[in-house]
Design a protein around this ligand. Structure first.
Ligand code: SF4
Ligand code: SF4
Length: 377
């Protein structure tokens, strides 16, 4: 029996046009709670800043307070003064419709924003919220090296948990350092909440060669199920967040967490094989969080550009393949559709504003040049 807890990540909620599809969220929430799930993870910036208010509609106004746990976050981009922190927090309570948060996180700590969180005394502030009973558990989400995580946890032992980007593709990544960050959290005895277990959906749709490896071993497991199992079985994992966008994804995840079959040594070898295949392809390690979009003066739909490029590479590409705009693929059609109503990758003026916000530390202007070369010529 897989005993790890599945968390409902609310970053990629189903949408009806520009608005969160509340009816679909209600249906998914009912199913999730009935299946024994409790953990809901939101943030101010998710779903075009609609996610927290949606929680109030589909969850907290419909269920008693002891039926669920809610996590939300303070992001360094949304406060400038000591007073701002309380203003943001009070608005979050009001929007979500709760009197306290079960989990509250300083959002996306890395070496760029850590100074702001410490200069504005956010760690002490968070302890104060806990003492007031407005927060039950305090922690932070994290996007930087393992060494820097060691420093943060050493300087702030009062943090009760850490939220890390863990998945089998980033496990040995030089940039994300999933394995090493996980080991640092374990060293500090901090429970881990896993984010991006399916890497923003990248591990849900695999190239045929990779998917065949999984299918041959367990025909009834989807690629996303393999990705979830990889992190769920790690010791010390409190919750695995899955950003479920529809009912089918939820059913697949619930099947995974209730399936008594565990990964064997041979399965782990298959996962390493698939990771090697994926690493051999020229994909952009964008998780689709869309943090970069807010400050882009050209309003470029950056994650959508990268997702289409990755799709192209994963399905039709291969290591070192240098296609230009003369080559048609389904993704190139979708890209053409996208830039009918938006600026394309070539509109980037290399101002660098997006890079400040990117938790994956991507060289976005350079990558957009690659995307523009591929799709726009
Ligand atoms: S560097 Fe390019 S993509 Fe990034 S914010 Fe500036 S214009 Fe937008
Ligand atoms: S480029 Fe970075 S900030 Fe933008 S969506 Fe991708 S991972 Fe998120």
């Amino acid at each position: 029996m897989v005993t790890k807890n599945l968390g409902f990540g609310l970053m990629r909620l189903p949408m009806a046009g520009e608005a969160v599809d509340i009816a679909a969220c209600c249906e998914m929430t009912d199913r999730f709670l009935a299946a024994g799930g409790t953990y809901f993870d939101t943030a101010l910036m998710y779903c075009g800043k609609q996610s927290e208010a949606a929680v109030g509609e589909f969850l907290t106004s419909r269920y008693p307070r002891d039926a669920f746990t809610v996590a939300t976050k303070l992001h360094s981009g949304f406060f400038q003064t000591l007073e701002d922190r309380d203003t943001v927090f009070a608005a979050q309570l009001e929007r979500t419709g709760v009197e306290y948060f079960d989990y509250y996180l300083l959002h996306a700590i890395d070496r760029n924003c850590y100074g702001k969180y410490t200069d504005l005394d956010c760690f002490e502030w968070l302890k104060g919220k806990k003492a007031e009973g407005k927060v039950r558990h305090v922690g932070f989400s994290y996007h930087d090296s393992a060494d820097f995580l060691d420093r943060v946890l050493t300087e702030h032992p009062e943090m009760e948990f850490v939220q890390l980007q863990l998945n089998y593709l980033d496990w040995e990544s030089e940039d994300v350092q999933s394995r090493r960050c996980y080991e640092v959290a374990r060293k500090h005895n901090k429970p881990v909440i896993v984010m991006e277990p399916v890497k923003g959906g990248t591990l849900a749709t695999l190239p045929e060669q990779a998917e065949a490896i999984f299918r041959a071993a367990h025909p009834d497991w989807t690629p996303a199920s393999w990705a979830l199992r990889f992190v769920m079985e790690l010791p010390g994992v409190l919750t695995v967040l899955s950003g479920m966008s529809n009912f089918a994804q939820m059913e697949d995840n619930l099947f995974t967490v209730t399936d008594p079959v565990l990964l064997s040594e041979e399965d782990h070898a298959r996962i390493r094989q698939v990771a090697a295949i994926l690493r051999g392809q020229e994909s952009i390690p964008c998780t689709g969080c869309a943090y970069c979009v807010t400050d882009c003066p050209m309003s470029i739909p950056i994650p959508r550009c990268f997702a289409l490029y990755n799709e192209d590479q994963q399905i039709y590409g291969g290591a070192g393949k240098d296609w230009d705009a003369s080559v048609w693929t389904p993704a190139s059609t979708y890209y053409d559709n996208l830039i009918k109503e938006n600026n394309g990758a070539s509109a980037c003026i290399a101002c660098g504003a997006c890079m400040e916000a990117c938790p994956q530390h991507l060289e976005i202007p350079d990558l957009l040049k690659t995307v523009a070369h591929r799709f726009e010529g």
